[in-house]
Design a protein around this ligand. Structure first.
Ligand SMILES: Nc1nc2c(ncn2[C@@H]2O[C@H](COP(=O)(O)OP(=O)(O)OP(=O)(O)O)[C@@H](O)[C@H]2O)c(=O)[nH]1
Length: 383
């Protein structure tokens, strides 16, 4: 058994997301795995995310079809089958926090959580809801992708390459541990695939036999895939006979270790970075707010005099400062536009208004609490 408990002793069963091209045997594989785990007395918790599946050969604990009627969605939104499946998945994703709540409650008694995805692979792998579901699960549970491949149909180098490129794109998009499951090995063993993935030259040889214009393109792409193969776990299974199921569970254990050693620390680093950025943003906003408030206070003060029909004077200028004003105009005011107006009006014998204003200010000062007074003064005093 894998180490799937946290340091706090909470059990975190692995989540296996089954993904595969239509007809690769995804549903049959899920059925087989479910039966296999039942015989091992480790019944899995199953989520079905395919709203269009007519009948499931196993019972799902949470079924998207119980929440969203995909045919109704098609009718209501005037959509085709793919649009209907995508919209149904989107609607379901809006409730995924509740789904997670159910899983969290059951998690301590579980060993595995299996997720079946829509047959139209791109609806899950390239949709926002697919990413949200994967990321949400991976934030809490050791989550991995089991990419089901139809082995007999992948025996040609060109289809093999296409399938690998697709798998590669999913791996780099989700970043969770990845298990390549070569299914239908009862029809064709997957040894050729393992050889192509481990021995670059043997794949080159196979490519030589392909005389189409694609072969040179594939030649160069196979070089790129070399690095990708090193991140994969590969197993061969037969969903029909049950062969290879224990190998698959071993790969799951390895994927849990990989999740804990690579994905989780990276996730924590990203979360920490986000938290720090949020904090910095908050501080910046606060600083801006304080600055704006100080400006507002200045503005209010001008209105204060004006609203009483008085000279729109700048605030608590004490006498010493007033005396200084003639000497260093620019230093005191900088670009403060109200300054010339004040000077002009004081110069035009409005000392009466000034006296009234000062008395008013004294009254205000007396009413204010010490703290707000300090803020007021520091906001208004001329440096
Ligand atoms: N010989 C053999 N046939 C298999 C195996 N797994 C699945 N099949 C057959 O492959 C066909 C497709 O299997 P499904 O499980 O429906 O495939 P799927 O990927 O779920 O298909 P969608 O529902 O279209 O996504 C069925 O006829 C299965 O019986 C296997 O291991 N060996």
């Amino acid at each position: 058994m894998s180490d799937n408990t946290t340091t706090a002793g909470e059990k975190r069963p692995p989540v296996i997301l089954c993904i595969g091209m239509a007809g690769s045997g995804k549903t049959t594989f899920m059925q087989r795995l479910n039966a296999h785990l039942h015989t091992k007395k480790q019944p899995p918790y199953i989520l079905n995310l395919d709203p269009a599946v007519a009948a499931l050969p196993f019972s799902a604990n949470i079924d998207i079809r119980d929440t969203v009627n995909y045919k109704e969605v098609m009718k209501q939104y005037n959509l085709g089958p793919n649009g209907g499946i995508l919209t149904a998945l989107n609607l379901f994703t809006t409730k995924f926090d509740q789904v997670l709540g159910f899983i969290d409650k059951r998690a301590p008694s579980l060993d595995y959580i299996l997720v079946d995805t829509p047959g139209q692979i791109e609806i899950f792998t390239w949709s926002a809801s697919g990413s949200i579901i994967t990321d949400t699960l991976a934030a809490t549970y050791p989550t991995m992708i089991a990419y089901i491949i139809d082995t007999p149909r992948t025996a040609a180098p060109a289809t093999f390459m296409s399938n690998m490129l697709y798998a590669c794109s999913i791996l780099y998009k989700t970043k969770v541990p990845f298990i390549l499951v070569f299914n239908k090995t009862d029809v064709k063993p997957h040894d050729f695939a393992v050889e192509w993935m481990t021995d670059f030259e043997s794949f080159q040889e196979a490519l030589q036999k392909d005389k189409t214009y694609m072969s040179s393109l594939m030649n160069s792409m196979s070089l790129v895939l070399d690095e990708f193969y090193s991140h994969l776990k590969v197993v061969g299974v037969s969903a029909v006979t049950g062969a290879g199921m224990d190998d698959f569970l071993k790969a799951v254990d390895e994927a849990v270790v990989e999740y804990n050693q690579e994905y989780k620390p990276e996730l924590e680093r990203v979360l920490e970075e986000r938290r720090k950025k949020k904090e910095a943003d908050k501080e910046e906003q606060m600083a801006r707010l304080m600055k704006d408030m100080a400006m507002e206070e200045k503005g209010k003060e001008v209105k204060f005099g004006a609203s009483k029909g008085k000279t729109p004077l700048r605030g608590n200028v004490d006498e010493d400062e007033e005396e200084d004003e003639d000497d260093d105009d620019d230093d005191d005011y900088g670009e403060f536009e109200r300054r010339p107006r004040y000077r002009r009006e004081v110069d035009s014998d409005e000392e009466g208004d000034l006296e009234a204003y000062k008395a008013d200010m004294e009254e205000r000062r007396a009413r204010s609490e010490e703290e707000s007074l300090k803020r007021f003064i520091s906001g208004q005093r001329l440096e």
